[in-house]
Design a protein around this ligand. Structure first.
Ligand code: UDP
Length: 300
């Protein structure tokens, strides 16, 4: 909207909260329609650009109703691709590092085809997003649609829900409440965490690039941390007395993950600017205010 766009948000509020939109709702350029993209879209919508970010992304949420998760990626993408075709609009798809599954290639370049279980508890998300990539590229080849597909690695930041269930928000909320931090498995598995503001800059650069890349583009922060390292950082940033406890490792939990972002660096001039420490500090402040209405006085 700051760039002069009128924005229409479609959301079924399955995992998000309306209060995150409070400031935007006052802006005449913004409209919010409660809708599930699995169902036929409201009539009369006209767009120049469409960003498809729909789908729960946290394992407990997307596994709650796996068939609906799969439909969101597949039927939802189909509905939006048809809308893009009718409007001759450019369309962005939020794909995921989960298309690499439990990868044998490390770090993961876009050319890696992945190692994904087709029938496990994560498959509804992984295979749904893989199918959506297929649909996007077939719409591009068949109808000449201008598509932009980003493979998003683990992302965190302000405005996540305290019960989101992913590791960064879980650890911060547990630490702020003085509860034990639940590390699944040994905690030696790794992830690369990107702050949301960096990611969104990557979306816009990918969408505005003069020509569409011929393949999906990795967007993520290449800094790689074990889950134990993350737990220790969160305890220190919150000055918490919480302890670390271990819980069973979920089925098919990837052992390592780190994006190769050479393509985005070279072609979009993009790389993350916000370190894990800076991003965690901001996210801790956000949750502290949300839960207790105060700002923590953090130690060194
Ligand atoms: N994890 C954990 N404790 C939690 C939540 C997650 O140890 O309370 C682990 C999880 O097993 C995985 C990593 O943290 O190895 C990242 O999990 P998340 O659900 O955030 O995202 P994923 O990359 O698995 O989709």
């Amino acid at each position: 909207m700051r760039d002069g766009y009128d924005v229409v948000a479609l959301d079924n509020f399955h995992t998000g909260k309306r209060y995150n939109l409070n400031a935007l709702l006052r802006n005449p350029r913004f409209t919010c329609i409660e809708h599930d993209i699995v169902n036929a879209l409201p009539l009369g919508l006209q767009f120049d650009e469409i960003y498809n970010l729909a789908c729960p992304a946290s394992p407990p949420h997307y596994q709650e109703d796996p068939i609906h998760t799969f439909k969101t990626s597949v039927l939802g993408s189909l509905n939006l691709l048809e809308l893009a075709r009718q409007n001759n609009a450019k369309i962005f798809q939020a794909s995921t590092s989960e298309v690499y599954g439990d990868p044998f290639v490390h770090p993961q370049p876009e050319s890696y085809f992945g190692n994904v279980n087709t029938h496990g508890p994560r498959s509804c998300y992984d295979e749904g997003k893989r199918s959506a990539e297929t649909l996007f590229f077939d719409y591009s080849r068949t109808y000449g649609l201008d598509i932009r597909v980003a493979r998003i690695f683990n992302t965190y930041g302000r405005r996540m829900q305290p019960d989101d269930g992913r590791v960064v928000s879980n650890f911060i909320v547990q630490a702020l409440r003085g509860q034990d931090l639940t590390v699944y498995g040994s905690g030696m598995q790794t992830r690369s965490f990107c702050y949301a503001d960096d990611l969104i800059e990557g979306f816009v650069r990918l969408m505005n690039a003069p020509s569409a890349p011929a393949h999906p583009v990795n967007l993520g922060n290449p800094g790689e941390f074990t889950i134990m390292e993350l737990a220790t950082l969160v305890i220190s940033y919150t000055n918490s007395r919480s302890k670390i406890v271990h819980r069973p490792l979920p089925v098919d939990d990837p052992r390592q993950r780190k994006p190769d972002i050479s393509f985005a660096r070279a072609n979009l001039g993009w790389e993350p600017k916000i370190s894990l420490s800076q991003g965690l500090a901001q996210t801790v402040d956000y949750f502290d205010t949300l839960l207790y209405g105060s700002k923590l006085v953090k130690g060194a």
